[in-house]
Design a protein around this ligand. Structure first.
Ligand code: F3S
Ligand code: FES
Length: 245
């Protein structure tokens, strides 16, 4: 049975609005409808100018991260029924500049992601195998790597990290787990190139282990734990370099 629900949505178009404001919309939603379905109804039936990102509608593309009732979540994986009986309050992700309404400028996020060189650095001295490059890893270590590979780039960890909010230079949790994913891969030889980026005040050491990233990750990636692994690796790299002097 459809019920009428009110959505309070952050609006701002820097081209024409002097300041952000709230819009209230009331639509009918069915039991089990997601917040994304509600937003689509609003755009189709009430206000075609409402801007938000979405694509897969099934928690895979990571494009519809937004703040819903105070917490960053994927709109397609959040049911309206789970948001209590009052208004559903929707705002853009934090820690990123606004572009329009619920759409943020992702440039700082992608710049930091790219800075850790998130690709497999292959050995240039070992012979190229005829088939794929296989890896050998203990089961636990492989599980950690595999989990870090589940990241869907939704930017929720970046938006929920309080350090990202205070220090725009902090590389942020998502770039760090991407670095972890390749540092944990025994086929990767990129450590020497990544260490100068990770082992600096705005790299791994700026993380204050607040766990917001881990708690909010829609894929359940243990981000804080992975960052601590990188810190241990940085310390190990330091002692290794001292021994060689
Ligand atoms: Fe931020 Fe996550 Fe560290 S929320 S402070 S990157 S544990
Ligand atoms: Fe793709 Fe929600 S629309 S994750």
């Amino acid at each position: 049975m459809a019920v009428s629900r009110t959505f309070r949505i952050f609006r701002y178009d820097p081209v024409k609005d002097p300041a952000p404001y709230w819009s209230l919309f009331t639509v009918n939603v069915e039991q089990g409808d997601s917040v994304l379905t509600g937003l689509m109804k609003i755009r189709e039936e009430l206000d075609g100018s409402l801007a938000f990102r979405a694509s897969c509608r099934s928690g895979i593309c990571g494009s519809d991260g937004m703040v819903i009732n105070g917490r960053s979540r994927l709109a397609c994986k959040t049911q309206v029924d789970d948001m209590g009986h009052g208004e559903v309050v929707i705002e853009p992700l934090r820690n990123l500049p606004y572009l329009k309404d619920l759409v943020v400028d992702q440039t700082p996020f992608w710049d930091k992601f790219e800075s850790v060189m998130p690709w497999l650095h292959e050995s240039t001295t070992e012979p190229v195998p005829e088939t794929e490059r296989r890896m050998t890893l203990a089961e636990d270590a492989f599980d950690d790597l595999s989990k870090a590979s589940d990241c869907i780039f939704c930017q929720i960890c970046y938006a929920e990290c309080p350090v990202n909010g205070l220090d725009r230079a902090f590389i942020g949790p998502q770039a760090l787990i991407k670095a972890f994913r390749f540092e944990a891969d025994p086929r990767d030889v990129g450590t020497n190139e990544r260490v100068p980026i990770l082992d600096q005040p705005d790299g791994v050491w700026r993380c204050r282990t607040t766990f917001n990233c881990t708690v909010s990750c829609p894929k359940g990636i243990p981000i804080t734990k992975d960052i601590q692994s990188l810190k241990r690796e940085m310390v190990g790299t330091y002692f290794h370099a001292r021994q060689e002097v």
